[in-house]
Design a protein around this ligand. Structure first.
Ligand SMILES: [Zn+2]
Length: 52
């Protein structure tokens, strides 16, 4: 099931499954929030996810 995370910066990051969502969020963080790299665990990312 597709999921999404609404980033506080206003962007919505989507993924078709958990692995893709986590990878896309980590990519977004490294692109847009480099100071947050390494601060979000997989569990935290999935905890923020909602069904897309
Ligand atoms: Zn963001």
């Amino acid at each position: 099931m597709a999921q999404q995370v609404d980033c506080p910066c206003g962007e919505t990051v989507r993924g078709e499954d958990d692995d893709e969502l986590v990878a896309n969020v980590e990519q977004h963080i490294s692109d847009k929030h480099p100071d947050m790299v390494g601060t979000m665990s997989r569990e935290q990312i999935l905890g923020m996810a909602v069904e897309a």
